[in-house]
Write a protein of this length. Structure first.
Length: 159
């Protein structure tokens, strides 16, 4: 395989369009040597493989520069993926998920106060009784869920 290729040759090598390869070049994702694509370095970036070199540190200035370029290109690729929405920040997702869980838990815990009057009217009993029983069972359910147990399985239900 050739070490350096023209953009059109590299597009054929990658089985993609030349315009796509040009976009990658413009975003700094490809490893370029002048107007030519460094095939091994660019393949390593696009395939997210380790830098193709021996187990030892770069021994020449050219190898060191190539390693730096590959690292920069990999960072550019990650930024590109984040901007296009195919890569998300783990901490942002954890915070969003935790926020949603807290909202759902609060909504479930507030449900007895919202529904008890309607249920009491349908059953012909006092609202306070319905609220007390519902609240007790909802809180027990939430406590069991927070401990990782399945209350319906313990009661003979299905998961």
């Amino acid at each position: 395989m050739q070490r350096l290729m023209k953009l059109s040759q590299y597009a054929t090598h990658r089985k993609v369009s030349k315009s796509y390869i040009s976009k990658l070049k413009a975003k700094g994702i490809l490893i370029m040597r002048g107007a030519l694509v460094d095939v091994a370095g660019s393949d390593a970036v696009l395939d997210d493989k380790p830098i193709p070199q021996s187990d030892q540190e770069p021994t020449t200035l050219a190898e060191a520069k190539r390693a730096v370029e590959i690292t920069k290109a990999k960072r550019a690729r990650l930024l590109f993926k984040k901007l296009e929405g195919s890569l998300v920040d783990v901490e942002e997702m954890k915070a969003a998920t935790e926020g949603r869980f807290k909202q759902d838990a609060e909504a479930i815990l507030n449900w007895p106060s919202r529904i008890s009057a309607e249920m009491a009217a349908e059953l012909g009993v006092e609202e306070y009784l319905v609220y007390t029983v519902l609240s007790k069972h909802v809180r027990q359910f939430m406590l069991e869920r927070s401990r990782g147990t399945n209350p319906s399985a313990a009661a003979g239900g299905t998961q």
